[in-house]
Design a protein around this ligand. Sequence first.
Ligand code: SAM
Ligand code: DTB
Ligand code: SF4
Length: 338
Amino acid sequence: MSAVLEQAIVLHRSSPRSSKPAADVAWTVDAIQALFELPFPELLFRAQTVHREHFNPSQIEFATLLSVKTGGCPEDCGYCPQSASFDTGVKASKLMELEEVLFAARRAKDAGATRFCMGAAWREPKDRDIEKVAELVNAVKGLGMETCATLGMLGEGHAETLRDAGLDYYNHNLDTSPDFYGDIISTRVYQDRLDTLARVRSAGVKVCSGGIVGMGESHRQRAGLIAELANLSPYPESVPINNLVRVEGTPLAEQAPLDPFEFVRTIAVARITMPKARVRLSAGRQQMGDAVQALCFLAGANSIFYGDKLLTTGNPDTQADVDLLHRLGMRSGAPEVC
Ligand code: SAM
Ligand code: DTB
Ligand code: SF4
């Protein structure tokens, strides 16, 4: 066994990170890469052990997404069908009306979702956008659902306004490692993302932040993304792991698909390094198959996006997800940390 691998194992066994969220031990990229390189059964066993320390491993959160403002985005994220820089056939639309959003949220709740996440294709919302989204958040919160919003970079006071309206989580993904970021996005820098996450955290809104795998990043860069997330202090309460959805018209449309076991490994490493987070098996499930999804649950995923659509692309239909959990003897519900 290599020295780095031993370090990863020792670190995992002895580090307070396995039981305390705000740990004093930083994860090195080497140690995380060594976790990725463990034999698959060993990695899954470790991830399951950590998962069971904090959660009921049979419970999966259902979070429903709604694109409340679609397309026409000035950013050039190479994976995204909503960027105005690419011809993907996504039509730009204005912010949805309150009644439409409430209708979708009620439907999601009736179908069993506990979290409702509203996404907008903005680089950064204006003050008046925040006022309008705050009304949406307040109305959805009134239904008794957990609320989440993903609106791009936040300015001064935005996170506080959303918090006061009842926002539980703000989603803002680091997406990939710092050294691969510039290959994917040219219109903003990594530090912009970190600055928004700091604003969210200091307003007392819970952080939802993860990334995308399968964009052509190296093994080390995949480990680098997890290191960035796990070393946020504290690490995010919610960690979406997206498998790239290859959309025609985007620069990443022809990207070779990722080995599904590598995706499962990413979930497992996220679970080990962020033990109390809700780790979400996010975009890419429609292309994945039931067996790989089941492996992701074994690797410590305890949340999925639930509903026929993500933002602009497809997702398994709700009955298929209900059936999948039933076949696995699992159940839906907001996972509580124990
Ligand atoms: N505009 C805001 C932002 O960028 O933060 C919010 C919406 S944006 C669509 C939210 C996240 O969706 C991105 O950070 C990215 O992780 C994910 N995403 C977008 N397109 C994707 C794709 N084709 N495959 C997988 N994930 C994708
Ligand atoms: C996240 O990490 N993934 C979601 C949500 N947060 C906003 C979005 C996935 C989008 C997939 C491409 C689309 O449907 O447009
Ligand atoms: Fe815009 Fe967000 Fe898509 Fe980037 S990921 S192009 S910021 S909507």
